[in-house]
Ligand binder design. Structure first.
Ligand SMILES: [Zn+2]
Ligand SMILES: [Zn+2]
Length: 430
């Protein structure tokens, strides 16, 4: 708008006062006023003697003017900017700019909407996570509070029982003292008077001397306290470990699913690849194409966690597989085919089991991998079990029964085979 106004002012400045149109061949008089060459010539045509300026009335003795090329150039520019083609072009450019600005505005608005949706989603997820974290810690706090209360109650009761025992013991002893004093008095009196009737009663006095003192006699404060002066935190922590939800599940391998060139340990917690296939019963649930094996424990609901020790083995796949996976075919490991896996190749190339593979940049090389299967959130997550760093996570986890999955992969020529093992806490630990 401002530039439009400037054009209008310029147009006025370049307008001839005689024909009221833009200058044609503008000329300048001695008074510096401009007119069209033809307009001023016509104006002066019938005048005799000195000629005046039509604008300021200054008179000039001769009909002289100067052609002003600068003004002529400006007039040409203003005229061109008023032409139809020029205006249409400007209109077109304006329209296009307007359109592009509008679409830019739409883009920004939609980005803002998306950002707001993300913020809302983040707040919602954050609130849900807070609830979950609170619930998890509440369970631990409750366990600890209950353990503390129960131990204090046990101490209180035992102390009270011993107090009662000792009180009874005290009473018995006091009674005995009184009785002995009575006997001493009687004997004293008999001695003084030589009353022989007392002597008749003597055996009776002696028989009363065996007192029923009860267990108070045996109370030992050291024995009592050593029961409670114990590594209480460790003892409680061990108990707490067993109620963790989920705690590490002691899963084992299902021999009937193992590829014929895999061999399991006797306790079925460890699997290793053999150089040659061994004779095997043909079972529909056995993997025959890939060196895979499943866990014996299947899960269909809730939350589960187990750990697989991989050591320094340079090549493996592990995770979760649907019970329904095809054991007879060679399939790619991805959620679409019923596998949620973490993969290692060449000793340092970790990937998440998607198609195509999603490479992961891990700082450390996990020796033990934790697998977390959460049916409530439909999530499968992998952790470095040493420090519980999250390695990767799938949020489209299994529906239906799923089992722990391990593939030793075929060992490269010249490399030694290494076992993979489900981590169980030693029995003596629990
Ligand atoms: Zn004119
Ligand atoms: Zn003038």
């Amino acid at each position: 708008m401002a530039s439009n106004k400037r054009v209008m002012n310029l147009r006025e400045d370049l307008t001839c006062a005689i024909c009221c149109d833009l200058f044609r061949d503008p000329v300048m008089l001695g008074c510096m006023h401009h007119f069209c060459k033809r307009c001023i010539s016509t104006y002066w045509k019938n005048i005799r003697g000195p000629v005046p300026c039509p604008q300021c009335r200054q008179e000039f003795p001769s009909r002289q003017f100067q052609t002003n090329y600068l003004v002529a150039g400006l007039v040409d520019k203003v005229r061109a900017s008023s032409s139809d083609g020029y205006v249409k072009n400007v209109e077109k450019q304006l329209k296009e700019t307007l359109e592009s600005q509008r679409s830019k505005r739409e883009d920004y608005i939609s980005m803002i909407r998306k950002d707001k949706e993300k913020v809302d989603a983040l707040k919602k997820v954050g609130a849900e996570l807070q609830e979950r974290i609170r619930a998890d810690f509440y369970a631990l706090h409750s366990f600890l509070q209950e353990e503390e209360a129960s131990l204090l109650e046990q101490l209180r009761r035992e102390q009270e029982e011993w107090e009662q025992v000792l009180q009874r013991h005290l009473e018995v002893l006091k009674g005995a003292v009184r009785e002995v004093e009575r006997a001493v008095g009687a004997l004293q009196q008999a001695a003084d008077t030589m009353d022989t009737s007392v002597l008749v009663e003597l055996p009776d006095l002696n028989s009363r001397s065996s007192l029923q003192l009860g267990e108070g006699q045996d109370f030992d404060c050291n024995v009592f306290s050593s029961k409670y002066v114990a590594p209480i935190q460790y003892a409680t922590w061990r108990k707490m470990f067993q109620v963790l939800k989920p705690g590490p599940a002691p899963v084992t391998f299902d021999e009937d699913t193992a590829h014929p060139s895999l061999i399991l340990s006797r306790d079925r917690t460890s699997v290793v690849e053999l150089q040659e296939m061994q004779p095997y019963p043909r079972l529909p649930k056995r993997f025959v194409q890939c060196v895979n094996v499943l866990g014996a424990q299947g899960f269909a609901s809730g939350r589960h966690y187990w750990e697989v020790a991989v050591g320094t083995k340079p090549k493996w796949d592990l995770g979760v597989a649907l019970e329904a996976v095809d054991r007879q075919a060679r399939v790619k490991l991805c959620p679409e085919n019923g596998y949620w896996t973490l993969r290692l190749r060449c000793g340092n190339q970790y990937s998440a089991g998607t198609q195509p593979w999603t490479p992961l940049r891990l700082v450390a090389h996990p020796r033990r991998v934790g697998v977390f299967l959460d049916f409530e959130e439909r999530r499968v997550s992998f952790y470095d079990a040493d420090d519980m760093t999250l390695l990767t996570s799938f949020c489209d986890g299994p529906r239906g029964k799923a089992l722990p999955f391990v593939s030793t992969c075929v060992t490269d020529p010249g490399q030694r085979t290494q076992p993979m093992r489900f981590v169980h806490l030693p029995v003596e630990f629990l």
